[in-house]
Ligand binder design. Structure first.
Ligand code: NAP
Length: 803
């Protein structure tokens, strides 16, 4: 396994609850291999924690987990601005893209996060109960019991996300000091009862809560003042008795779907990391699950840890990065535990807390007190790092709308670092962009216009960590470099130079373009049109107005590139994988070359697999899709294909007068017939919003009497875009043709300097094309940014067709 050293996998996560699954997804986004061990044979069917707070929803938005058919926004969960502090009603609304609290049953949260983690390539093994854990100098060994036998796993790190009774914490002997529970609440989801709703109703004998859900099930919770926690599990008879004692109502006729009891115990692990073992979620902190804070705290642990641990196992973490997980999250946990204990006392205390409740109730009516408490409960007030750093350092990056059609949160989808340069000063902007170039493997640079007001105003640039927290804000290139060095290691994407392509002297070949892009805020009247794309009027700093940071914008997407063992197909496969797509690397005969493409992609943290099919032969498309669907299914759990690049092609190489009917048919079979039937078949597994790019040739516009049959076949290919674009528009699928000019491939002709010189002379840039030149165009058409282009012929010939 890439980079895992003595271990089978980079990270073993124990526990496939929401926290473990969130962590698994975050680790995969960071390029780490992850195996999740879960003792339950099947996901929980109990509703348990059902509140998601504003910060968690922002994080989901950051990862693209709200929109789309498998997101939290489908349908949008009920939003409830009303929350409480220790049972005292309080509005939780604060400025956020998702203010208030959102009601999502834990079953749904696990399903969505589980599908996401699986799509990203996490391996979840159920029915595995961890029984031993041993730390070695370079790895951790975990033994799990599964189906009556012991299975051994080794990981570079192990993370316990296995709840308050964590086996990992126990086996790693990490202390868990705190207070035992003094009071208990019993709760149940009950079907078939019709009782009045009660919001934290304090009655003479205790506290009663009843809330009926949309599906008719009522959640009841009850506490009899002064009742200590029970030794064993509560059953329905216990809740019936307690409910009658407190409310006088009889709910014995109902059917319990789930009953449990919990107390106000409060404990926190002394350290969240012991060498190669880490803890997250309830394994790291136990608290009364009040107002949904526990689940949210755990999910945010996972997001803080994921990118740091992934960078560590991939050898891309600066010194001490992983330890910041404990430093940051232990302090946040301590603070949340303290507010939960205060709330537990207010909620479960008897008549003796009435006076305190009335004083706090009065205080909450002051807006700044309400906002302070709402910030604490919603997680929106989380701030990391030394307090002496001025704000906004350490705070979250809020959502700011950027034109066209993107937002700051969407720019974080790939869980990479983000440098947002917003200064209107062109010279400063260029210097800041230059300062970040050496970090382009880890950090995307985006230039944008910030409005005169709003969270980004007043800061020439902000550097944002992959978890969405601001690492630095300011205008000093030196300050920026110091912050970059603190959170990331320098490096450029494999095979790419540490400069934007615009620094290339005119005429020199381009081999890569690190992610620099230029959205604009949508605030009318604040941006100066065009200024984001120019540097002191001389050099382009960023390449396309409105183009998003391209690294990672295809995360979660799948792609098939035909003829990807060599040339432009190979470069396209690499580029799409770097952008985050899982890529099927198709080849006809060059098996080793295709395997090398996959190895290269994996080395760079991407995901790919090979599929073989000799196109132009009977059964070719069937064979191709058998392998493709199997490969996709194994890795994503589905056969969905988002991007198809019909690239494989053959030249004629025979003059028209010597071309035989068999040769002609072969050219058409590979270049025109195969793409037609590949599209026909792909459309059965392509969801709406898909992308189809067919590689044509400049020879449909530039005469070359030696390649008439080939040019004819490419002319046929171009018809696919025209007609299919119309047909597939209603599904949001775009179909376009890309026409390369003379582009370097393995042909020995490119080894002859005189030949290269002659070919270069045809291009306006006086050079031959590099595979990457065309791959970048294809990647653009495959991205969301190209959603408005369909049926088009894109000249990617370096100006050869200008004549
Ligand atoms: P290349 O280096 O010639 O590689 C061709 C790729 O297509 C290889 O991966 C090859 O796979 C695959 N392929 C060819 N015939 C196949 C078949 N019958 N079945 C399965 N796979 C087959 O490619 P390139 O020069 O980068 O060209 C890519 C595309 O751009 C082609 O459509 C070409 O017509 C077009 N184009 C190229 C240029 C240029 O100057 N290079 C200019 C304009 C247009 P195996 O090696 O595994 O068989």
């Amino acid at each position: 396994m890439a980079g895992a050293g003595a271990a089978d996998t980079h990270v073993v996560v124990v526990g496939a609850g929401p926290v473990g699954l969130m962590l698994a997804g975050e680790l995969r986004l960071g390029g780490a291999d992850v195996t999740v061990l879960e003792q339950l044979d099947a996901p929980t069917t109990q509703s348990r924690a059902s509140t998601l707070h504003a910060r968690t929803m922002e994080i989901f938005e950051q990862r693209g987990l709200i929109d789309g058919p498998a997101g939290f926004g489908d349908p949008l969960p009920p939003q409830e601005p009303r929350g409480h502090f220790g049972g005292l009603p309080m509005d939780l609304t604060l400025p956020s893209s998702h203010p208030g609290q959102w009601k999502v049953p834990q079953v749904d949260t696990e399903e969505i996060l589980g599908a996401w983690a699986a799509r990203l390539g996490a391996r979840v093994l159920r029915g595995h109960t961890v029984v031993s854990l041993t730390q070695h100098p370079g790895h951790v060994e975990v033994v799990a019991e599964h189906a009556g036998r012991q299975v051994r796993f080794t990981g570079s790190y192990v993370v316990g996300c296995d709840g308050e009774k964590s086996a990992v914490r126990r086996l790693a002997a990490i202390d868990f000091p705190g207070n035992d529970a003094e009071r208990e609440l019993i709760r149940a989801d009950v079907e078939g009862i019709d009782i009045p709703g009660r919001r934290f109703q304090r009655l003479p004998n205790g506290l009663a809560i009843a809330a009926r859900r949309g599906d008719g099930v009522t959640r009841v919770m009850v506490h009899r003042f002064g009742t200590p926690p029970r030794a064993g599990e509560a059953d329905f008879a216990d809740i019936v008795t307690a409910w009658r004692e407190v409310t006088g109502e009889d709910i014995s006729g109902g059917t319990p779907l789930w009953v449990n009891s919990f107390g106000d115990a409060s404990r926190q692990a002394v350290r969240y990391r012991d060498r190669r073992v880490l803890l997250a979620g309830d394994a790291a902190h136990q608290q009364m699950p009040i107002g949904g804070q526990a689940l949210n705290l755990g999910l945010q642990d996972a997001v803080n840890l994921g990118w740091k641990l992934a960078a560590t196992v991939r050898g891309r973490a600066p010194e001490g990065l992983l330890d910041t997980y404990h430093d940051e999250r232990h302090e946040i946990g301590r603070r949340v535990l303290s507010n939960i204990r205060a709330q537990a006392r207010l909620l479960l205390g008897g008549p003796e807390v009435e006076a305190l409740r009335s004083v706090i109730g009065e205080l909450i009516s002051y807006e700044h007190v309400r906002a302070h408490l709402a910030g604490m409960i919603s997680g929106l007030d989380v701030r990391y790092g030394p307090a002496d750093e001025p704000e906004p350092v350490g705070t979250r990056l809020p959502e700011v709308r950027l034109d066209p059609g993107t937002t700051t949160l969407r720019l974080l989808r790939a869980a990479r670092g983000l440098l947002l340069v917003t200064t209107p000063d062109e010279d400063l902007r260029a210097r800041l962009v230059r300062s970040a170039r050496s970090w382009s493997a880890a950090v995307d640079t985006v230039t944008a216009h910030a409005g005169r007001s709003g969270p980004l105003s007043g800061h020439p640039a902000v550097l944002v960590r992959p978890d969405g927290y601001i690492a630095w804000a300011g205008g000093s290139p030196d300050g920026l470099q110091a912050a970059l060095a603190r959170w990331f290691v320098p490096g450029t994407p494999a095979g790419r130079p540490a400069h934007t392509h615009t620094d290339r002297p005119p005429g020199t070949p381009r081999t890569g373009t690190p992610g620099t892009s230029t959205p604009h805020t949508g605030t009318p009247g604040t941006g100066t049109p065009g200024t984001g794309t120019r540097n002191a009027g001389t050099r382009n700093v960023s390449t396309h107005k409105g183009r998003r940071g391209h690294m990672g914008n295809l995360t979660g997407k799948t792609a098939l590139v035909t003829g990807a063992s060599r040339g432009m197909g190979r470069a396209t496969a690499g580029r799409l994988a770097r952008d985050g797509a899982l890529v099927a690397v198709h080849y006809g005969t060059s098996q080793d070359a295709a395997a090398e493409v996959v190895a290269e992609i994996e080395k760079d943290g991407g995901r790919a697999f090979t599929v073989q099919a000799e196109l132009g032969t009977p059964g070719d498309v069937h064979e191709l899709f058998l392998a493709l669907e199997q490969g996709l299914k194994e890795r994503t759990g589905s056969t969905e294909l988002n991007i198809l690049v019909n690239n494989a092609g053959v030249m004629g190489g025979v003059k028209p007068q010597d071309t035989t009917p068999e040769q002609f048919d072969r050219i058409f079979a590979v270049n025109a017939r195969a793409p037609f039937f590949i599209i026909q078949r792909a459309l059965t597994i392509m969801p709406d919003g898909g992308r189809i790019v067919n590689i044509s040739s400049g020879l449909t516009r530039f005469a070359n009497p030696d390649e008439i049959a080939y040019a004819m076949s490419k002319g046929a290919v171009e018809q696919l875009a025209l007609h299919y674009a119309k047909a597939l528009g209603p599904r949001g699928i775009t179909v376009n043709s890309v026409a390369p000019g003379i582009t370097r491939n393995g042909n020995p002709l490119f080894d002859i300097p005189e030949a290269v010189e002659a070919m270069a002379a045809l291009s306006a840039f006086n050079r031959v094309g590099e595979p990457q030149d065309v791959a970048d165009v294809i990647a653009f058409l495959a991205s969301d940014d190209a959603r408005w282009i369909t049926g088009s012929f894109v000249d990617a010939s370096g100006g050869t067709l200008l004549g």
